[in-house]
Design a binder for this molecule. Sequence first.
Ligand SMILES: Nc1ncnc2c1ncn2[C@@H]1O[C@H](COP(=O)(O)OP(=O)(O)OP(=O)(O)O)[C@@H](O)[C@H]1O
Length: 295
Amino acid sequence: MTILSIKNLSKSYKNKHVLDNISLTIDSPGIWALVGPSGVGKTTFLNVLTNMVRADLGDIELVGKSNRDQSVFREVAYLQDPSILFDYLSGYDHLNYLRGVYNLRKTRVKEVAQYVGMEKYLKKPIKTYSFGMKQRLLLAMALIHKPKLLFLDEPFHDLHSADTIHIRTILLELKELGTTVFMTSHALSDVDQLTQNILFLHLGKLTEVSIRDHEAVYYRFLLSDPKKAKELLDQEDYYVEETESGLFVQLQFRPLQKVIQLLLSHDIRIIEMHKEISGAQRLYDEYFEVKGPVT
Ligand SMILES: Nc1ncnc2c1ncn2[C@@H]1O[C@H](COP(=O)(O)OP(=O)(O)OP(=O)(O)O)[C@@H](O)[C@H]1O
């Protein structure tokens, strides 16, 4: 069964195309991360997928059903921001309400509270919760009915590192249990340890990015004659980039010593040399900066 199917999805606000003819299919369970700077339309994308906001055009199916079919939300959950919580009600009140909606056994409230690590706060009013505790409650609310597909909007935003680690662990566990997690993040570093399935959203279009393809070891050299060095290394088929902070050389599985010898044998002096791991962050920076800020 297809977990998520998006066909030709478009959404505009006035004449701004936030989502522009997007198609995407997810067939197997896993974690998917939609990444992009603030304002590119990540929240709009989740709102449209979950039918909180109507799309202008396109077809969306969640776990094999149209997203307009009310019954789909017995198998899907959407974790939103804490503004949906009621300050004077307790975590228990929120969870017990949902338990009733989904017609679940009474013990499920305590079980899910324990699972996310908020059982001590269960009977306390929301106004006494820290931001991290609210986030745990929201996660418990999203998980109470054991959804097959879970949407999360910026789950790590503004969290302390302990809470971040906790939520990451839960997301990885959910993946092992066969749940599909579709989340957004403005920071690639929050998600690149969690998943290889990264989607960039920019100017209304989605691009699938394989992090592994973009991880590479570079050496950055400060040289007495970078132009000459670039010519020499180009001839030998190294991947070389000349920048203001030095000459970036990708070894492509050849020993560093070969590069050094090549440079020295042509009287090029090495002033400085640093090893740099360039992951998908470099790709992210290029992707979102080269194309300019979102207006
Ligand atoms: N209801 C609305 N009416 C008009 N414009 C909107 C509406 N909702 C969002 N927008 C605009 O659509 C664009 C995308 O907003 P969206 O909130 O989806 O982005 P985002 O990537 O989630 O950003 P952030 O992380 O800051 O929330 C923004 O320019 C925003 O101003």
